[in-house]
Design a protein around this ligand. Structure first.
Ligand code: ATP
Ligand code: MG
Length: 223
């Protein structure tokens, strides 16, 4: 099976080399767990190989995302690809651009190898109802299946893996980021809840490290 490298080599090793191609992965977690940086690293991995990558941001503006990249050495090379094969699009949802309109915008995109949408919570916020959100989310997922690989960022309360609107069921994979409250020092963790077409150890927390050098899996054993 064709595997899409995630940009985090430790993560690739957990899932047989990377995400399966033509899949939609839900990247969920509480505030500040590293979702946006993971998304940027995932796209940078593709951009460096010449793939067409697009970051659709419903929250932070392009300069804010570039500022975040500048804080981390391994993400600093993003600027080589920006406005070439790595595009950051800031879409501001409001009563005119609702979830329904947003799905139309995405379906008008040309073929993209890697796409990140950050985050689905904004789509939920600008939906008429939970029922409409679920039906448009399903439409979005079906559309994205035609693309290389998409990452949908989902902010959660830290206890759940999605917003409670079936996003985890709809997606092919679910990667969850969280904080483990250890006595000495809380630790960022990553665990995989679901990955279709892939053997893996479910729900095993791995140390997830963010520092000035890189965003990566750590070596500390988490029991
Ligand atoms: N160079 C760095 N060294 C250490 N920590 C850093 C560095 N750069 C960023 N961080 C930390 O990484 C955290 C997570 O960043 P990120 O924006 O990816 O999280 P997020 O899950 O997307 O958060 P949000 O809930 O705001 O969307 C930041 O809050 C920041 O504290
Ligand atoms: Mg974020």
């Amino acid at each position: 099976m064709n595997r899409i490298k995630t940009g985090i080599s430790g993560m690739d090793r957990l899932i047989g080399g990377g995400f399966p191609s033509e899949t939609i992965i839900l990247l969920s977690g509480g505030p500040g767990t590293g979702k946006t940086l993971f998304g940027l690293k995932f796209l940078l991995e593709g951009a460096a190989k010449g793939e067409k990558c697009c970051y659709v941001s419903l929250n932070e503006k392009k300069d804010e995302l570039l500022r975040a990249c500048n804080m981390i050495s391994s993400l600093g090379t993003v600027k080589k690809y920006i406005d070439k094969n790595f595009v950051i699009e800031h879409v501001q949802l409001d009563e005119h651009i609702t979830m329904k309109k947003f799905v139309n915008i995405i379906s008008s995109y040309p073929n993209i190898d890697r796409l990140v949408i950050d985050n689905v919570n904004k789509l939920l916020m600008f939906s008429d109802s939970g029922k409409n959100y679920r039906s448009h989310f399903s439409e979005l997922v079906n559309y994205l299946k035609k693309m290389g690989c998409s990452l949908l960022v989902c902010e959660t309360d830290g206890e759940h893996i999605d917003t409670g609107h079936s996003e985890a069921f709809e997606c092919d994979g679910v990667v969850n980021l969280s904080f483990l409250e250890l006595e000495e020092k809380p630790m960022r963790t990553l665990d995989i809840h679901k990955m279709r077409y892939t053997p893996f150890d479910p729900k095993m927390p791995h140390e997830f490290v963010i520092n000035s050098m890189d965003v990566r899996l750590g070596t500390t054993k988490v029991i």
